[in-house]
Design a protein around this ligand. Structure first.
Ligand code: FAD
Length: 437
């Protein structure tokens, strides 16, 4: 049988591509070697944020006296219970994905290209046998895997994020090698549970690439919480044996092993699939989307790439390029961080004359009601044109608040336009308006 589209990988990129293909009435097959949902559902966004939510509730209970509520005793962390809740949420969401995929053929097995027009796979689920799939178009959406650090190879106590997400005993000490998004989120989670956390980051600041003021603020908050932050340090120089557990979170690399890319004309560079802006991978009928392109490794960017790739294959009149600019990113630390567009330093490096508006959550009524006044909003705009260039928020619900700035920036708003918006009172979102006045 000849398919219109064969998608390799049922993570967020492949799943979104499959839904788009069904909407276009295409004969589609979605091939997955493991379980539906990829990193995001099984080893990334969803499990991590579920654990973090338990830590948030734990923190809130710890603050009960501030709200004049007395508790009969101290709360107790039940990590196996937290893990069971996480598994339950993952299973529910996976069932949701399965039902959303109804009408699309899903095949379990590891796909490898034989040539530009064919993939073959060993069927999983005990079915066995070799299946050949011919298709007019292919989408490679095979995702990514954690990077290993030479000298700190993964073992029983040196873990990647995938294993750390499933531990059942709370360690007494944790060394986090790499203070990027994943490392900082785990630092917030484990320090909330009372673990002695040390972060070792090679670069001079936490969250490299993030607005400097925001990174500094997070570092100060961590220090107040007793998290040891070592920046500008090579973790190889630390004695890792003194820690109960080590997390190596120095980044991720495209998962391309076993895909048979050498049998195709797919363009590769430094272990990633290179695409043009239209997501074509160098062969007219092969496209790539998501983490395997090693661009912005974010689930919503992967989904956007997946949907756009399908449109670009089958709707020649609606072909459009994609860009990383103005894609929001969130860090689910405590407090949270939301970021979009250019930060102050990046805009200056581009030679743009910028103006910055800032508002501290200390001045927000709602932040005071919530007892979450740490943090601020920073909005960057072009001093000449007033065009909004970027925003960075550290503080309560920053990951939701950045959605407002996402709409404003993606719709090309100016500072004058945003100033006219009336936000409801008393809300955290009115802090955006306050920042401009
Ligand atoms: P994946 O989700 O990795 O899916 C690829 C799929 O392809 C996998 O299921 C794999 O089994 C399958 N596959 C690979 N090779 C083959 C083959 N040969 N044959 C068949 N199937 C194959 N992003 C956010 O936006 N927000 C967050 O809060 C966030 N938190 C994260 C937390 C952690 C701890 C981690 C690790 C990541 C986080 N991410 C987050 C990143 C996000 O998970 C990824 O960007 C996203 O999952 C990428 O989607 P994808 O479809 O490209 O790849």
């Amino acid at each position: 049988m000849m398919y219109d589209l064969a998608i390799i990988g049922a993570g967020w990129a492949g799943f979104n591509a499959a839904l788009r293909a069904r909407a276009l009435g295409l004969k589609t097959v979605l091939i997955e070697k493991d379980v539906l949902g990829g990193t995001c559902l099984n080893k990334g966004c969803i499990p991590a944020k579920t654990l973090i939510q338990s830590a948030k509730v734990y923190n809130l209970i710890g603050k009960s006296k501030t709200f004049s509520l007395s508790m009969p005793g101290d709360p107790v962390v039940d990590l196996p219970g937290i893990q069971a809740r996480k598994e339950h949420i993952i299973a529910q969401l996976r069932r949701g994905m399965e039902s959303m995929l109804s009408g699309i053929e899903v095949v379990r097995g590891e796909a490898r290209f034989v040539d530009n027009d064919t993939v073959e796979l060993e069927l999983a689920d005990g079915i066995g046998g070799l299946k050949k799939i011919n298709s007019r178009y292919f989408l490679a959406a095979s995702g990514s895997k954690p990077l290993e650090l030479p000298g700190l190879e993964f073992n029983r106590t040196i873990l990647s994020s995938s294993e750390l997400l499933s531990i059942r005993d709370v360690p007494s000490t944790l060394l986090i090698v790499g203070g990027g998004v994943i490392g900082c989120e785990f630092a917030s989670f484990f320090s909330a549970l009372g673990v002695q956390v040390t972060i070792a980051e090679l670069m001079p600041q936490l969250l490299p690439g993030m607005d400097r003021d925001v990174a500094r603020k997070l570092e100060n908050i961590y220090k107040k919480k007793g998290v040891r932050v070592l920046t500008g340090i090579d973790a190889a120089k630390l004695d890792t044996a003194v820690f109960s557990l080590v997390l190596v979170s120095i980044g991720r690399k495209a998962e391309l092993s076993g895909l048979g890319l050498e049998k195709t004309g797919i363009r590769m560079e430094q272990n990633r699939i290179v695409t043009d802006d239209f997501l074509n991978a160098g062969v007219p009928n092969i496209y790539a989307a998501g983490d395997c392109t090693a661009r912005l490794m974010l689930a919503h960017f992967a989904g956007y790439q997946g949907r756009t790739a399908v449109d670009n294959m089958f709707l020649p009149d609606a072909r459009r390029g994609i860009s990383e600019a103005n894609i929001p990113s969130c860090v689910f630390t405590d407090p949270e961080i939301g970021n979009i567009g250019l930060n102050e330093e990046e805009a200056k490096q581009k030679g743009i004359a910028v103006e910055v508006r800032r508002f501290d959550f200390l001045g927000s009524g709602m932040a005071r009601i919530l007892e979450e006044t740490e943090g601020f909003i920073k909005i960057v705009f072009d001093a000449k044109t007033g065009k909004l260039l970027g925003a960075c928020i550290i503080g309560p619900k920053a990951t939701e608040l950045i959605g407002i700035m996402t709409v404003a920036i993606q719709s090309g708003m100016t500072i004058a336009g945003l100033k006219e918006i009336v936000f409801a009172h008393p809300t955290l979102s009115e802090a955006i308006g306050d920042a401009l006045r």
